[in-house]
Write a protein that binds this ligand. Sequence first.
Ligand code: 13P
Length: 253
Amino acid sequence: MRTPLVAGNWKMNKTTAEARELVATILAPLGGIAGVEKVLCPPSTSLPVIAPMLTGADIGLGAQNMHWEEKGAFTGELAPSMVKEFCGYVIIGHSERRAYFGETDEHVNKKLRAAMKAGLTPIVCVGETLDEYESGRTGEVVSRQIKLGFASVDSASASRIVIAYEPVWAIGTGKASSGENANGVVRQVIRRALSEVFNENAAQSMRVLYGGSVTGSNAAEFFSQPEIDGALVGGASLKADEFVAIAKAASRP
Ligand code: 13P
C-alpha cells in the first residue's frame, strides 16, 4: 500500500507575509484530512516562517530546489543541511529548473543522492516536452531521465523517493493530461524504468505523483488511476480551497 501524497509547489510566489496568510487559512482544513500526506513547498525565504506554523499540524514542508554540495562557494544556493533545518522534503529536477537553469540528469542525480544522504524525502520530477510528446518520444525521454537521474542510488532506501510525472505541455497550460494517459506513462515507462534501475519490489513501493494543471475539479480523475499516488500541484496550490479539495480527493483513509 502506497500512502497518497499531495504537494503544493508554490514556485516563485508569495512574500513571507502572504505565505503566512495562506498557511494560516489552510492549516486547519488541510491538516484535518487523514489518509494522505500533505506537503507545502513555498519559496525558501518562507521556510523558517512556515516551519513553526506547521508544528503538530500533520503537514510537511519542502524546498523547491537545493545544491548537492554540503557547503562552499556556491552563491545563491542552499545546502542539503540547510534545507533539512526546516524541511522533510525537497523537489528535485523540476522542468522549470531543467529548462531555465540548465539542470541536467547528472545534476538531478547528484541532488537526489545528496537528498537521500541528508535524510530528506526527494520529489523527483520527470516529463516530456510538447515536441517530444508530439513526436512519440515520451517513453524514451522519461525512461532516460529516470535511468540517469536514479543511477547509483541504493535500492534498499528507494521506497523513500517520490517521483512526479509532469508532462511539460501540461504545466501551467490548463491542458492537463488525461488520467488514462498519465496512468499509462507511469505503468509502462516509469515503473518499468524503476524496476530496471532498482528491482520490481522497489518500483512497486515508490510513490508516483501526477503534475500539470491539476485542480479541485480534475483531481479525482487522476487519483482513480491505479498507478497514480497523488499530485504535485502548482497554480492551484496557491488557493486554499482548491488545494484542500485536491488533498481530500487524494485521501484514502
Ligand atoms: P501547474 O499545476 O500550475 O500546472 O504546475 C504544475 C507544476 O509544475 C508543479 O510542480
